[in-house]
Design a binder for this molecule. Structure first.
Ligand SMILES: [Zn+2]
Length: 234
């Protein structure tokens, strides 16, 4: 028997300040729509922590920036994200990106370097690239981030509610950790970086013919998910 398997493939990019739930929403969308969630932040963290990369001068430099709560160098990030994105496209999957491309240049590129958004438009078609912005107040962002714990094994994020003291991951039982950049001073730096470097991307989208859905990121995750699906018609 010979037949073609055809699936309508889409690309979704989820933006929002730190603690807005980008990763959670990307995971929900990946599960509900059969997409690959490419969490570039986590991917980069894996690269920086991989002992096989220790001593590499380029990676050492990125690690130093990362640990200060600053963005890694644009060219390096673009190279890493671009290569991984192309692999997912080549494997014929839809994609959801959380928090990247982070800067105007990463998003749109220039005459010499193709940005991530034009790359997605070429791969998936202009109509099938969707951008979502999770709106969250600064004080909510700081509150959520400074109490964030992650599982060392599966990466599940937990909100550390004092009434729900849970020393282990409820999903896999692994131990928990707090990321080096999840403290208030560093979150304020990341909020400022987000405003300066990422918001201009959202302002540019209409000129590039890319649809933007703005949703309230302060609701419970399943409600945010519902709003994303409704507003972006995915
Ligand atoms: Zn776990």
């Amino acid at each position: 028997m010979c037949y073609n398997l055809v699936m309508h493939k889409i690309a979704v990019v989820i933006y929002g300040p730190p603690g807005s739930g980008k990763g959670t929403q990307a995971n929900l969308l990946a599960l509900s729509h059969g997409l690959i969630h490419f969490d570039s932040g986590r991917f980069i963290e894996f690269l920086l922590k991989d002992p096989r990369n220790a001593g590499d001068p380029v990676i050492d430099r990125q690690r130093a920036l990362f640990e200060k709560g600053e963005l890694c160098e644009t060219e390096w990030v673009m190279d890493v994200i671009g290569r991984q994105t192309k692999k997912i496209v080549a494997a014929d999957f839809g994609i959801v990106l959380s928090g990247s491309p982070r800067t105007f240049f990463e998003a749109f590129g220039d005459d010499k370097t193709k940005g991530i958004l034009p790359l997605l438009q070429e791969a998936y078609g202009k109509e099938d690239v969707h951008v979502v912005f999770l709106r969250v107040e600064d004080k909510v962002s700081i509150e959520r981030n400074s109490h964030r714990k992650l599982c060392t094994t599966c990466g599940t994020q937990l909100i550390n509610n004092p009434e729900l003291v849970n020393p282990f991951c409820p999903f896999c039982g692994g131990s928990l950790y707090t990321r080096v950049f999840d403290n208030e001073a560093k979150i304020v730096i990341r909020l400022e970086e987000f405003r300066k470097k990422t918001l201009p991307i959202l302002e540019e989208l209409p000129r590039r013919g890319i649809k933007l859905a703005e949703v309230n990121g302060e609701l419970l995750p399943y409600l945010v998910h519902r709003e994303i699906v409704e507003k972006s018609s995915v």
